[in-house]
Design a protein around this ligand. Sequence first.
Ligand SMILES: [Zn+2]
Length: 256
Amino acid sequence: MIEIRQFPARDDNYAVLIHDTASGATASIDAPEEDAILDALEETGWRLTDIFVTHHHYDHVEAVAALKERFGVRVVASAHDAERGRVPLVDRGVVDGEHVFLGATRIDVIAVPGHTLGHVAYHIPSAHALFAGDTLFALGCGRLFEGTAGEMWASLKKLRALPSETLVYCGHEYTQGNARFALTVEPGNAALAARARAVEAARDEGLPTVPSKLVEEIVTNPFLRADVTSVKAALGMLDASDEAVFAEIRERKNRF
Ligand SMILES: [Zn+2]
C-alpha cells in the first residue's frame, strides 16, 4: 500500500512524500525545500530513500543535493534533464513508458514535454495517483517555457487518458486564479461554476484544492477541453484545430 503526504513548501509549491508501507521506502516528489521535507519526515517517521524529479526548475530541485547528502537517496529524473545536467546528481534517467519501483510499488513514467522539454509525470496505478508537476494543474496547465502548444496539448491528452478516478497532484496552489480564468473561457459551464465556488470557499478557509480528481479536470479544466465543441464555439473557433484552440486558451491565460 502507498501512503501519500502532501504539504506546502516555499511560497505556493506543494511537496509530496509517498511511502510504500510494505518496504518502508519513501520518495519525495521533487525537492522544493529541505526544511519542509525534513519536518514532514520527522512527523511521519519515514526515512527518505528516493527523489522523483518532474522537471529542472529551481523550485522543484533546490533541495536535491542537500537531501542526497543527508540520506544518500536515489535521484530519478528524466534522461533528457539528466544528460544535460539540468537536474543535479541523477542516479537513474528515465524515459516515457518506463517503470520505476518504490519497494514493490510500480510507478509509470509519462513524458509530458511542454512546460519544459524534459518534464515527466509519475503515475502510480495501484494508488490511483498522478504526480503531474507543472504540466497539469487544478483547473490549469503550466506555462510553455520550452515546448510548443502542440507538444503540451499532446502531453495533456496523455494525462487525460488515465483512469478518470485518478487523483491529480500538482506542483502549485494556483487553483483560485485558474478558476477565475476558466470562467472567462466557459462562462456557461455549470460544473465549472460550481467548482469555482467550492475553490473560493476552500481557499477562504485556507484549505488546499490539490489533489483533484481527473474526472473533475476533464469536465472543468479548459486546457483539457480544447477539443470540446462548446469550448471551440465559445471562443469563436469552431473550424480551428484542437491544437490551435489550446494555443489560444494558453495565450489568453498568459494575458489574464
Ligand atoms: Zn516549473
